[in-house]
Each structure stands twice: as C-alpha cells, then as structure tokens.
Design a binder for this molecule. Structure first.
Ligand SMILES: [Zn+2]
Length: 215
C-alpha cells in the first residue's frame, strides 16, 4: 500500500480534529505529501472513523493512483498549496471562530503575538464555490508571502505545515486566534499590535534570555 504510514497519520489527525472540535462530522479534510505523492482524506466520510485504506493516494498533478474512495472535493486546494509552498501537510476545517471571522472580515489582524507563527496577519481568501479551481487559486493568493494559514470567505480556514502535526497545530492556533478576536470584539475594540511591536517579538524570539546555572 502506498504511503501506508502517512495514511495512518491522516486517520490519527482526523480523530484529533474531531475530538478537539475543529471538525464536525465530515466537514474538513487533511492531506500529506511525500515527494510527488499525496494522500488525502476521502469525501463524505466522518473524519473520526477513517481507515488508512479509505484515504486515496494521488500524484501532485491530481492523477489517482490508489484507493477506492473518491478524494475530498477540496483536493484541488491541497494540490495548489503543495505547488506554491513548502508544505508537506494541509489541514482544512470549518472551525467555528474561523468561519465567523471569514464571514465578516477581510483579514484577521495581529491581536496576539502568536499570529507570527502563522506568518502575521491572516488573509481571508476571496469567496468561490467549494472544491473549484477558483477557490484553490484564491487560497494560494492568500497564502503568498510565507503565510502558514488563511481563512476562506464564508467557509472556514486552512493551515499548512512541514508535517501533519505542525499543520494540525497551525489549524488549532488559527482557531484560537479567531476565538480571541471574536470574544474581544464582544467586550470592546481589540488593540492591534503595531509593526514595531511585532518586530520586537521576532527579535526577542531570536535572542531568548539566558539563565545562568547556580554553582
Ligand atoms: Zn470546506
């Protein structure tokens, strides 16, 4: 079986997405790339009930190589992100706060310094019908400039990573940031971090404090 370990990895991430509430039922999809091969979750299957053999394998051009079930309808978006970025895994969800921000805003502003882990301000990709090449193109544009996540207008969010765990963590961070933003708007006007403040965070991360050992 092609990409056996990776297809098992998709099942594990599917379960985690369901357990943490990022995905409800079959409303999300995940893929992982190794070289020219991509394993993706199938369409219309509950993500917490996947088996490795349920997950089809395609090449990066979208030709089906193995698997009886049809690939997720959002596979064109996954393939577009592999073509345009260094991603080795993609997680797409309809997580609640991500969908709320994607329905009302054109970007998620930097209200918390952890947004830097996603490449700064998260753009909302222009609306297009799900599963279409147009949506894939809009998402690719929204990811330009080294972004690790994007929101999809009136739809949800997508995150990439160098492996499945990182893509999952980026999807979880995106949802957390959107949750903080939405709740902040309920009690006031959130303060947006300035470029200078964000730059100082980058510099701080590059020079962590040293704690001398007591002898
Ligand atoms: Zn979707």
């Amino acid at each position: 079986m092609l990409l056996e370990d990776e297809r098992s990895g998709l099942c594990a991430i599917g379960l985690r997405l369901a357990e943490t509430g990022l995905v409800t039922g079959s409303s999300g999809n995940v893929s992982v790339r190794v070289g020219d091969l991509v394993a993706v979750t199938p369409g219309g299957v509950m993500l917490d009930r996947l088996r490795p053999e349920d997950c089809p394998v395609l090449d990066v051009e979208g030709y089906l190589l193995e698997g009886e079930r049809a690939p997720s309808s959002e596979t064109p978006m996954h393939l577009a992100l592999y073509a345009a970025t260094d991603a080795a895994a993609v997680v797409h969800t309809h997580s609640t706060y991500g969908a709320v921000v994607a329905t009302t805003m054109t970007e998620l502003p930097p209200i918390h310094y952890n947004v830097l882990l996603l490449g700064g301000t998260v753009r909302v990709a222009e609306y297009a019908t799900y599963g279409t090449p147009e949506l894939a193109a809009h998402v690719r544009t929204a990811m330009e400039g080294g972004k690790r996540a994007a929101l999809l207008a009136n739809h949800g969010g997508v995150a990439i990573g160098r492996d499945l765990d990182e893509a999952y963590e980026n999807a979880r961070l995106l949802e957390w940031l959107c949750g903080v933003y939405v709740r902040s708007r309920m009690i006031g006007e959130p303060r947006i971090l300035t470029d200078d403040e964000l730059q100082q965070v980058v510099e701080r991360a590059l020079t962590p404090p040293v704690f001398p050992r007591r002898s």
